[in-house]
Design a protein around this ligand. Structure first.
Ligand code: NAG
Ligand code: NAG
Ligand code: NAG
Ligand code: NAG
Length: 663
């Protein structure tokens, strides 16, 4: 723990003094703003909360807060800062103190209305009480209260804490490019295209609404590039919007034009007109700030070659069914005719939505895979390859993990993207830290892992929410013809996985002939009566090892020569093995840590179950190490008066460390 403090102060010296430009931010609730910047080994956070009581931020992998890793802090009446690394064992109780304090307080203050705390931590603190921050979806939890703990021991005030949680990407997250004075001059102003709803009303007594509105592209006579987009949220509507997706539409232009003249309708009703809107052009979801294309690519708006109509699908929710009036939110696309080097495209890899995609009921882990075979990439990707810079994963309610795997001549490369804590209610572009190249002949696998424990009946693939899907859409450049690269288990594979050897010829509905004991059963009866409990493993193996039918679609239709193939799982001669570096804290023992020490058990092994015994003293540890200079919680007229003090104190401390080390 001494070591932690020492490194904290060094970090403070490096980061606390310089005005921080945050890479990301998210409004967690109307009173709670979190800002953060993922660094090389640490992530730095700042929370700005409209309360003068205590504030807390945490992370968990589940939906609830059970097992959450939390940091709780406050500014007390003497102006002292407190920051405590805690964890939640039981969601109905307050978070308990960790025996290892792994958060570094960098600065903090209170003004008349807000408490602000800045701190950092390692991605992996090596404390089993803390959660690793990874590329996975993180459930971010927050908690705050109008009061602060009465003592530094930090027994939190009873009742009335405000809590919430929300899934977020903390690491592979798109960031707004910072305008610098240089590129502002060089860049011509962007034009905007607002695609807004027109006073959509949520019907009384309904908690969700999917609204679809067709729009015509802006009046342009030559090609432009969309370089970024963002949500336009009508004040007061924030709580009712779940997601908005913009699709490219193809089909009868006259029908599209007449649809574009209306203000929209409820989506996916029967007997809707025959145009197809299924290629995603832009997507916004809860927690998203929009999307920025990388400087080398843009999304083409081309009145001569591209689609002229688009459809905005808005998912409204109103769980409380309260007085929702009407909404006119939507998306704002920014475009320019200063074209970028590449047209960006979207390539979807996955399982064709079809009943042959079978998910047995009652299983904690069912793996389904959709293949983009090497013949498809071989015929469509140029020799120089395409560059995937972002992906978006899509399953329905049962999805728990999603990966996009890449296999090149028998060798499996690291996954292009992977989420082992996938949350179906959070679908956002995942910006890769650097683009991943895909070459002709590469084989891609979209792998989805479902939990069907909640289902008593079988789940089949399909488009409705009750059915399942497994899709990974990738954003890449330069744009190629291939847009959908799916697969579907072949009929023999499906039959084999259900223990069926032979079907009766010409029967309708199709009946089973062999084996004898199933003879006469229909396929549907077999699906319903199958004993998943005991036969799940053989089902799963038969599905994986059987043949599948590849489906490679370009905007002109199926890729010739691929539509009649039946293919096997590719041979993987060199599998990919994840490197798991052993976790080690690197204690920095020096004069400084001795000087600052109040706690004697440095280096004591972390026993995850013995925290409670002496946690109370530990909780006080951070107190008084970084003290603020302003005068009490309500006196702060200047919000950053603590900075000069921090600057001086950390400079002195660094001097001590330097002296101690280099003497
Ligand atoms: C959580 O705490 C409550 C209240 O003390 C208790 O009733 C419940 O059994 C606890 N749950 C677990 C999982 O320990
Ligand atoms: C207090 O600080 C918060 C967060 O920095 C800021 O948004 C707010 O405007 C400040 N209020 C006052 C009265 O200075
Ligand atoms: C996220 O993924 C990238 C690329 O696979 C990897 O280099 C990076 O270390 C990962 N980040 C974390 C925090 O796991
Ligand atoms: C914080 O300090 C900087 C530098 O001293 C100053 O320019 C800025 O106005 C201060 N901000 C506030 C909100 O007081």
């Amino acid at each position: 723990m001494k070591a932690v403090i020492a490194t904290c102060l060094l970090l403070l010296f490096v980061t606390g003094v310089v005005a921080v430009e945050w890479k990301h931010s998210a409004v967690l609730d109307n009173n709670f703003l979190v800002l953060w910047t993922p660094g090389e080994r640490d992530v730095m956070f700042e929370i700005q909360v409209k309360t003068l009581g205590y504030v807390g931020l945490g992370f968990t992998r589940d939906d609830g807060t059970v097992g959450a890793d939390m940091v709780i802090g406050w500014v007390d009446n003497n102006g002292q800062l407190h920051l405590q690394d805690r964890h939640v064992k039981n969601s109905s109780k307050d978070p308990q103190m960790d025996s290892s304090q792994d958060y570094c307080l960098l600065l903090g203050y209170e003004n008349k209305t807000h408490t602000v705390l800045r701190f950092s931590r390692r991605y992996d603190t090596c404390d089993p009480r803390d959660l690793k921050i990874t590329n996975d979806t993180m459930q971010v939890v927050w908690q705050y209260h109008v009061e602060e703990p009465v003592s530094a021991a930090g027994v939190l005030p009873d009742h009335d804490a405000i809590r919430g949680s929300r899934p977020l990407y903390l690491v592979q997250r798109d960031a707004q490019p910072r305008p610098t004075s240089r590129n502002q001059e060089a860049e011509p102003p962007l034009q905007t295209w607002d695609i807004l709803n027109q006073q959509v009303r949520l019907p009384k007594g309904q908690d969700t609404l999917l609204w679809c509105r067709v729009v015509r592209m802006p009046n342009i006579d030559h090609k432009h590039h969309v370089v970024k987009y963002e949500p336009v949220i009508q004040p007061g509507s924030h709580d009712y919007l779940h997601h908005m997706t913009l699709y490219e539409c193809r089909g009868d232009q006259a029908q599209l034009e007449s649809a574009a003249k209306t203000s929209g309708s409820v989506c996916y009703q029967p007997n809707q007109p025959s145009f197809q809107c299924n290629t995603i052009a832009a997507i916004w979801s809860l927690g998203s700030e929009g999307f920025n294309y990388p400087p080398e690519a843009g999304y083409a708006l081309d009145p001569h070659a591209g689609p002229r109509y688009y459809m905005l699908e808005t998912h409204y929710m109103n769980p409380q069914m309260d007085a929702f009036i009407s909404d006119s939110s939507g998306l704002r696309l920014h475009y320019t005719d200063k074209l970028r080097t590449h047209d960006a495209g979207i390539l979807s890899v996955g399982i064709d939505p079809n009943w042959r995609h079978i998910i047995p009921p009652g299983q904690p882990e069912v793996v389904s895979e959709g293949h983009c075979i090497s013949d498809c990439t071989g015929h469509t990707i140029p020799n120089s390859g395409i560059n995937i810079f972002a992906v978006i994963m899509h399953t329905h309610q049962l999805g728990r993990k999603v990966r996009l795997r890449q296999i090149r001549s028998g060798e499996e490369l690291p996954p292009i993207a992977s989420d082992t804590n996938y949350d179906p209610s959070y679908q956002e572009y995942r910006k890769l830290q650097k683009p991943v190249r895909v070459y002709p002949g590469d084989h891609l696998v979209a792998e989805c892992t479902y939990s069907s424990k909640s289902r008593q009946a079988i789940t089949l693939g399909g488009l409705t929410t009750r059915e399942e899907t497994c899709l990974v859409s990738t954003l890449y450049y330069p744009r190629i013809e291939l847009s959908l690269c799916y697969s579907l288990p072949s009929l023999p594979t499906v039959l084999q996985s259900l223990g069926i050897q032979k079907l009766m010829q010409g029967s309708s509905p199709v009946k089973i002939q062999e084996p004898q004991k199933l003879s006469g059963m229909t396929l549907e009866e077999r699906l319903l009566s199958y004993d998943w409990e005991t036969s799940f493993q053989s089902f799963q193996e038969a599905t994986r090892s059987g043949t599948f039918k590849p489906l490679c679609w370009t905007s002109k239709g199926a890729l010739p020569g691929t539509d009649s193939l039946e293919v096997h799982y590719p041979r993987i001669l060199r599998p990919y093995e994840e490197v798991n570096l052993p976790c080690s804290k690197k204690p920095l023992r020096n004069k400084l840590s001795m000087l600052l020490s109040e706690d004697e058990d440095i280096g004591a092994p972390v026993d995850p179950d013995s925290d409670e015994t002496n946690a109370v003293e530990r909780g006080q540890l951070v107190r008084s190490k970084v003290s603020r200079s302003s005068d009490g919680p309500t006196g702060g007229s200047s919000s950053n008066r603590s900075l000069p003090f921090l600057l001086i104190s950390s400079a002195i401390l660094v001097a001590i460390v330097g002296h101690g080390t280099f003497r």
